[in-house]
Design a binder for this molecule. Structure first.
Ligand SMILES: [Zn+2]
Ligand SMILES: [Zn+2]
Ligand SMILES: [Zn+2]
Length: 203
């Protein structure tokens, strides 16, 4: 994968998108069932079941296979905003593909192509995979930063610090304002259009 070429991509995300999951774990070559089917975002490393239990404070994702591709559950992926990525329901869980899918690429007349790879998507989605969202947003560094979430502890600390925005007066829930304060694109459909910052260049 060429995801390392995407500017501003944190190491854990590059690792997640480039890892060959379900290969044998290098730490446990002699164990049975040593396929790497977990990923620790804090260590930016793939783990097998013998690597577990892992540090409980670390953010560990389980990787699944669906249609011969690697997928993660949206609920597990707490560090990245999956808005706009086409999801699939597998065993009652919403999952997204990690990597761009190779089959059926490039359909010139697709009504709703993936913003990065042009693979046709069902309406209401912008990207076929996590990789394509990272790639597309990476072209605008600000966009990728908007989709990245810090871990829970840092997020809690950050929320307190966020009170120091230069915007004064109006509360964020002004009823007549059309542009929401969220930069993640709450409706998904809107996220590919220009954000047109009406009053502030910050997100
Ligand atoms: Zn870890
Ligand atoms: Zn292992
Ligand atoms: Zn795509």
């Amino acid at each position: 994968m060429q995801s390392s070429a995407v500017r501003g991509t944190p190491q854990w995300l590059r690792g997640l998108l480039s890892e060959e999951f379900f290969d044998a774990c290098a730490v446990h070559p002699a164990e049975r069932k040593n396929d790497k089917n977990h990923f620790c975002a804090d260590c930016a490393a793939a783990l097998c079941r013998h690597c577990l239990p892992h540090d409980p404070s670390h953010n560990v994702l389980q990787i699944w296979k669906y249609a011969s591709c690697f997928v993660v559950r949206v609920d597990d992926l707490k560090l990245f905003d999956c808005t706009g990525i086409q999801s699939h329901t597998v065993s009652d869980h919403e999952v997204v593909f990690l990597n761009e899918r190779t089959a059926r690429k490039r359909s010139a007349c697709a009504e709703n192509p993936c913003a990065a790879c042009a693979r046709p998507l069902s309406s209401g989605h912008d990207y076929c995979s996590l990789f394509c969202k990272v790639k597309h947003l990476g072209e605008s560094e600000r966009g990728l930063r908007c989709a990245l979430r810090v871990n829970r502890k840092a997020a809690a600390a950050g929320e307190e610090a966020a009170g120091s925005e230069p915007q004064n007066g109006k509360r964020p829930r002004a009823s007549s304002s059309k542009a929401g304060p969220s930069c993640g694109g709450s409706s998904g459909k809107r996220s590919r259009k220009q954000l047109a910052p009406a009053r502030s260049p910050f997100c």
